[in-house]
Design a protein around this ligand. Structure first.
Ligand code: BG6
Length: 491
């Protein structure tokens, strides 16, 4: 990673919340450990609670103990990190409270400021206007907007309009943490750093693309948020669609924010709308029932705390997307994501076409397996390419078998710790590099597509299909590619 050694104030609204404790502060801690924070960079927690800086530091120490076990007993980074931490009590809805940020010298000495809005998006507008009212929206100040950016196109526009009254597009960093994952960036390296793949990256050579983000966790005490969102808004509208864009976009002229985003938006605009009856043939919704995951019995969606038995919120989505352009004509992109599935893993599978004619005519070779490029994001980071090989030996004649050429990033770079997505992204905001963040027109185009599907779902009395926890989702999801003569890639 490139260094960000320009001093900066990082103010986290929602500074005592779950995201801050689990992800943001551990990421900042790691950046500090790797020497990537300037000596005078400060980290300032802000939220409604009246908490002293000492109490805030203690809370963060406990969070690091839990989420960064390697930091326990760390005498080197912790004392320095602790010095950076302070706390200011600010009620996001109380404009006058923001003067406390001025009292705290936020942005003093011409420092850059990152305001990380890890709060409910309903507060983004009022936070931004109170910041501006206190002179905290100069060009060198940026806002990071956490998802969900609305629950549909209209609400997303309303949030954006509010933010844009006081900050300009260059100052707005809309985060999607999937874009900060190492293997996602490696996808760009694979595609655009090699001559090997790009000439074969089109409908003449690729049969279909599959993107799976499978989770074993359930709603984890977040019923209130989750039931209002569901898998489509929580995962597909952002993470899965962003992955699809990176797979499908044309090579950008340069690796900079606008060049990359200009290519992604073309993909989003070329997504064929799914509406009306198509929503039933091209999408599958599911809701998890109780079941077993890794030998443990787990609750169904309706047994979760705070649940409402009338909920029709989907915890699983599978769908077929089509991109109407020359490169991808006729190539289905199958997307699926769900909670409480059998395994936690995320991967992108590029399924190549069959060879046009097999010269290996004996019975055992009739079914030549097609080449597959698998980009695994988690749990392990790896890229593998399945190729057909001859099985060694003479007795079998010319017997072929698929073999994986594996590039394990962990093994190839075994001295390197693989950074968490938030590390890369926080560093990028500090360096004012928006390449891995979403521009507003992308968010809008993604909502437009998703809204079409959701409005078709809302016009029916059909409920999401139940699936047992620990399974791979509703049976209808398995049938989705089968209808097209294809199969999901097995984990
Ligand atoms: C978040 C969603 O954006 O991504 C969560 O709100 C989901 O519901 C999480 O669990 C998954 O992220 P990761 O990095 O653990 O795959």
């Amino acid at each position: 990673m490139k260094a960000s050694l320009k001093a900066c104030d990082v103010v986290i609204f929602g500074g005592g919340g779950d995201l801050a404790m689990r992800k943001l502060l551990p990421a900042l801690y790691h950046l500090d450990m790797d020497g990537l924070l300037a000596p005078t960079t400060r980290i300032i927690g802000a939220s409604r609670r009246e908490v002293s800086t000492a109490e805030y530091q203690t809370k963060i120490r406990a969070a690091l103990d839990e989420f960064v076990p390697s930091s326990v007993g760390d005498e080197k980074t912790w004392p320095r990190f602790k010095e950076r931490l302070s706390y200011v009590s600010v009620d996001a809805q109380e404009a006058s409270d923001f003067s406390r940020l001025n009292d705290h010298q936020v942005g003093g000495d011409n420092r850059d400021v990152v305001f990380y809005l890890a709060t409910s998006p309903d507060l983004f507008g009022s936070i931004c206007s109170s910041l501006a009212a206190h002179g905290l929206n100069a060009e060198r100040m940026r806002v990071v907007l956490e998802k969900p950016l609305g629950r549909d196109l209209a609400s997303s526009r309303a949030i954006n309009d509010e933010v844009m009254k006081n900050f300009n597009e260059q100052q707005a960093f809309r985060i999607d943490h999937y874009l900060g994952k190492e293997t996602v960036q490696n996808l760009l390296a694979i595609r655009f750093g090699n001559t090997l793949f790009e000439p074969l990256w089109d409908s003449a050579h690729i049969d279909n693309v599959q993107i799976t983000v499978s989770e074993t966790v359930g709603v984890e005490g977040r019923w209130g948020y989750y039931d209002n969102a569901g898998a489509m808004r929580d995962m597909v509208q952002n993470h899965l669609i962003q992955l699809l864009c990176l797979v499908a976009m044309e090579p950008p002229g340069r690796m900079d924010a606008d060049s990359v985003r200009d290519e992604k938006i073309k993909v989003l605009k070329a997504l064929r709308p799914i509406a009306g009856a198509n929503a039933y043939t091209k999408t599958v919704r599911g809701q998890y029932a109780k079941g077993m995951i890794k030998g443990k019995e787990v609750k169904g969606y309706f047994d979760e705390e705070g649940s409402n038995p009338d909920s029709r919120t989907e915890t699983f989505v599978a769908l077929r997307a089509d991109i109407d352009n020359w490169r991808w004509a006729g190539v289905p992109f199958y997307l699926r994501t769900g909670k409480r599935l059998g395994q936690r893993y995320s991967e992108i599978v590029i399924q190549y076409k069959a060879v046009p004619h097999s010269i290996f005519s004996d019975e055992s070779n009739r079914q030549l397996q097609r080449n597959q490029l698998i980009i695994r994001l988690q749990p392990e980071e790896k890229i593998s390419l399945t190729v057909m090989n001859k099985v060694p030996g003479v007795s079998e004649g010319m017997l072929l078998q698929p073999v994986d050429l594996n590039l394990s990033l962990t093994e190839a770079f075994n001295d390197k710790r693989s950074p968490e997505a938030y590390e890369r992204l926080l560093l990028d905001v500090m360096r004012n590099d928006a390449t891995l963040f979403m521009r507003y027109d992308e968010v809008e185009a993604a909502w437009k597509w998703v809204d079409g599907i959701m409005s078709a779902w809302n016009q029916t009395s059909e409920r999401p299909k139940e699936y047992a926890s620990g399974s791979w989702g509703p049976a209808a999801s398995m049938a989705l590619p089968i209808k097209d003569g294809r199969n999901w890639h097995d984990y």
